[in-house]
Ligand binder design. Structure first.
Ligand code: NAI
Ligand code: NM2
Ligand code: NA
Length: 505
């Protein structure tokens, strides 16, 4: 497919169904990480705008055109959004690539997932109508109890830059399906496509205030959203330190949060893999996809000693073959990192690993043929010790560290030797062994004979310091629903007879 030339839209904040200039009128540059050039700008919201958006969201919940909708009515909006996103697929993919730096074909496949996700939550919104009120059987006849599943209220959705429109959709689609009114705060490093979602919502006639989009800085726009007393819940995906700040602030108001934070996921490779090349490719994809900027990246390769030399030889051959280029080039497989800050951070991780005694087996630098843009070669690090930073900390870049093992016990111990617990992968022909690992892995996601594929129907989320709560599937809908117990006394002719009745006159 030809990559289209497109116009860069200039937007305001999306509040109450309209484009609205930020109260303080500030804007932030949008930077293309492949060229380091400013290609546009985004509005920068502050606490004043958050307050206006929260009020608009609250009004939407109080109005019939949003607050009294059935799931089936909301499904129509979600399907209309999906159709518009699909219509604009090539353009949205291009905007995503220019803003984020991921290869165009990855961006286009993200957009396909966005479409599927909106359609999937349209189905779940419809299904919700029959589950809205369910009876709970009691042991007494004098009472009847029902459980209502109703929208939780006004929700704040704070998202990262690695899958800009997709991470937005993971939160917006279920929130709207559930009937909440939402305020989205995308990452300041890649907000362009999330703002286009505002235009799409306007075009499909989503009732004003049902979705509000506030771009801006974390501390200026995200933080006031978290601590706003009229926001009922925060769903967050991003870094651990920001997750801690959000949970701390939300705790002051006893506000529920779901947190999808970082990871340092393992991929355990045994010598009985089905095929060397297939295993090598999954290992690379597990760590280098999306330029290595995935929270679930399997960035610790735990390799059985018996095949280590031949596996690593082949892995290097495959790695050398990865095309690093401008992400708009058609067969690009690795683009730049998101920002100068991230580029410097990843290079620092590599130099610290070197200083701590690890070996940079491949990569570790800017590719010679690209002198502009935040590019870093796919990097493979060996001679890694479990005390090293590179083994322990999330890099969020194309950096794979390798450790070998002899026994299964050793492999399990190494796999779980992390404060994180998002994903874990095992490659082996022996399915009983895969089952033992599935049980032993301290993670929310397990991949057997693959790494990273993600579908919208199963749950997604982690344990340990990777956070808690689950997104995607029907689990995500639960995040945005209030479970209300309603108990009715039906023996209305009979006194309750707890107190002594005063004598009748
Ligand atoms: N696990 C993941 O999915 C991600 C992990 N990261 C990691 O985090 C590091 C830092 O990247 P950032 O973009 O700064 O991530 P971040 O976690 O700070 O940003 C994520 C979102 O939170 C917002 N935010 C920041 N501070 C906030 C606050 N105090 N209150 C409310 N919202 C706030 C940001 O504006 C953005 O929308 C990266 O180097 C990477 O290692 C980054 C993005 C995604
Ligand atoms: C599943 N995937 C790779 C599309 C996104 C994972 C979420 C994240 O990295 O923040
Ligand atoms: Na950008």
């Amino acid at each position: 497919m030809a990559i289209p030339n497109i116009r860069i839209p200039s937007r305001q904040l999306f509040i109450d169904g309209e484009w609205r200039e930020p109260v303080k009128k500030n804007r932030l540059p949008a930077i293309n990480p492949a060229t380091e050039e400013i290609f546009g700008d985004i509005p920068a919201a502050t606490a004043e705008d958050v307050d206006i958006a929260v009020k608009a969201a609250r009004r939407a919940l109080g109005r019939d055109d949003w607050g009294s909708t059935t799931g089936a009515q909301r499904a129509k909006y979600l399907r209309a959004i999906a159709a518009k996103v699909l219509e604009r697929r090539p353009e949205l993919a291009t905007l995503e690539t220019i803003d984020n730096g991921k290869p165009w074909f990855e961006a286009a496949s993200d957009i396909d997932d966005v479409v599927a996700c909106f359609e999937y939550y349209a189905d779940l919104a419809e299904a919700l109508d029959s589950k809205k009120k369910t009876e709970v059987k009691l042991h007494l006849d004098s009472f009847k109890t029902h459980v209502f599943r109703e929208p939780l209220g006004v929700v704040g959705l704070i998202t990262p830059w690695n899958y800009p429109l997709l991470m937005t959709t993971w939160k917006v689609a279920p929130a709207l399906a559930a009937g909440c009114a939402a305020i989205l705060k995308p990452s300041e490093l890649a907000s362009i496509t999330s703002l286009e979602l505002g235009e799409i919502c306007r075009e499909v006639g989503l009732p004003p205030g049902a979705l509000n989009i506030l771009t801006g800085l974390g501390h200026e726009a995200g933080s006031p959203l978290v601590s706003h007393p009229d926001v009922d819940k925060i769903a967050f995906t991003g870094s651990g330190p920001t997750g801690v700040k959000i949970m701390t602030a939300a705790a002051q108001l006893v506000k529920p949060v779901t947190l999808e934070l970082g990871g340092k996921s393992p991929i355990v490779v045994f010598d009985d893999i089905h095929d060397l090349d297939i295993a090598v490719e999954w290992t690379l994809f597990g760590c280098f996809w999306t330029n290595g900027q995935i929270c679930s990246a399997t960035s610790r390769l735990i390799l059985q000693e018996t095949i280590a030399p031949q596996f690593l030889d082949r892995l290097l051959e495959w790695t050398k073959n990865i095309k690093i280029s401008d992400p708009l080039e058609e067969d690009c497989k690795l683009g730049p990192l998101i920002s100068r800050g991230q580029y410097e951070k990843v290079l620092k991780f590599i130099s610290t690993a070197k200083n701590e005694g690890a070996t940079i087996l491949y990569g570790g630098d800017r590719p010679q043929h690209l002198n502009k843009g935040y590019y870093i070669q796919p990097t493979v690090i060996t001679d890694v010790d479990t005390s090293m930073e590179i083994w322990k900390e999330e890099v969020f870049g194309p950096v794979l560290c390798v450790k070998t093992f002899k026994t299964e016990e050793e492999a399990i111990a190494l796999a779980n030797d992390t404060k994180y617990g998002l994903g874990a992968a095992i490659l082996s022909k022996d399915l009983e062994r895969c089952e033992r690992f599935t049980k032993a892995f301290q993670s929310g996601i397990v991949w057997i004979n693959c790494s990273q594929p993600c579908f919208w129907q199963p749950p997604w989320g982690g344990k340990k310091r990777s956070g808690f709560g689950r997104e995607l599937g029907e689990w995500s809908l639960e995040n945005y629903l209030n479970i209300k117990q309603v108990t009715q006394y039906v023996s209305t002719d009979e006194p309750w007879a707890f107190y002594k009745s005063p004598s009748k006159l």
